[in-house]
Each structure stands twice: as C-alpha cells, then as structure tokens.
Design a protein around this ligand. Sequence first.
Ligand code: URA
Length: 235
Amino acid sequence: MRLDRYLREAGCGTRSEVQRLMRDGRVEVDGVRIRERGVQLRAGATVMLDGKVVRPWGLRVMAFHKPVGLITAVRDANLPTIYEVLPFGPDRMLPVGRLDRATEGLLILTNDGTLLHRLTDPKRHVEKEYLAWVEPEIREDAVSRLREPLDIGRGEITRPAVLAELTDAGAVRLIITEGKNHQVRRMLKAVGHEVKRLQRTRVGCVHLGDLPVSGHRDLTEEEERGLRSETGLLK
Ligand code: URA
C-alpha cells in the first residue's frame, strides 16, 4: 500500500493534511524520514508520525475531550459538531452516547458497534462521573438528596447517584449509572440548582485526566479491556 493512503486510512488526516505531514518531515518508515507521498510500504513496515507508531485503523476506542459549544452529532444543518475538531469523520468513529452542547469533558469514540451498543445500553449501568458547578451555592442537604431516587420531570425517576459530594473546589461530584437526556442538569434542577458548568471526568474505568480540550487519544489496552469487561464483553 502507498504510504499516503496508509496514513489516511490510519486516521492521520485528509489527503492534503497527510501530504502536509509528510512535507513537514513528520513521518518515518522503519526509522527513515519520508517526504515523497508515492512511496510503497513493504509488509510489516513500522510507520511513525511525530515519533509515535501509527497503527492501521482496525477496531478502535478513543477518549475525546469535548469542548463546550460543539454538539454530539454526526451532522447538523446549523450547529458545529464534534467532527469540527476531530481529524476523522463519523465514517471512522462514532460517539458513545451524548454530551450536551454546553457540557465539556470525556466522550468515548469507537467504531466497534458491539461495544458502542453495550456502553449505551441502559441495562448495563456503566458509571459516569461528572463535576457540576451550580448556582446558588449548594448545601449538604441538597447534595444528599441526589443520592436518592429523584423525580426529574416528564415522568422520569432517576436511580440514586452512586456518589454525590461537594469537592474542595465547590463543585458537586456526581457518579451516576444512567444516561437520561440532560440527566445531571435535571437532577440538580430537581434539588433547586442551576448548572453553570458541567464536565464529565470519567466513563467506566476511563478517566479524562489531562487530555487537552479538543484532544483525543487511543485508549490503553488496559482501559479497553476494562470497558469490555464492565459491559460484559469479557468474562
Ligand atoms: N447530563 C447532562 O445534563 N448533560 C450532559 O451532557 C451529560 C449528562
């Protein structure tokens, strides 16, 4: 296969982006910097971009730090979607569940339909952890109500939060096992508070950590195994 096609298929960018990466001397094959896009790869060649091995696409699972302002959708007629800041399209990777436009933080992306289905299956109860900054200032009695079933309107009652506590930074840390529409905002509204800022910091065993805003990374093998085991795909 030609090197430029390999890089495109590995999700390194569009045709012109890949050309630029090569022109800029960021691509190496078996330790040799390659700038000509017509080069054919021998079977088993090691391709590196910026010193990191580039794998053929295959089945992948990624962590993405969704910024505020983008919608979690494959396309939209009016609003910018997460694909504005990702170097691949929805033909490559789909979001697992949804974060609201005004919510930032960890979104899992995958092209593994079985895993996607399991992670969004309401029967699976995968933990999701959030930090919510609210107004007016929240008191312990309101926080403790989040640990009980809550009527969040439209006939929906939540399962109790696994954890709800106030952090030193004044945010509410909330761990829930469901993904109802706008759930965290509605839970906090039900106890009298408006969410001013909402960040998802964890899905199952995967933490947002210090992934920069709009950045993405492949999950480690351990994280991927963890998600598969939490969703019953690995025994
Ligand atoms: N709960 C919300 O209210 N919004 C999100 O984006 C995710 C959970």
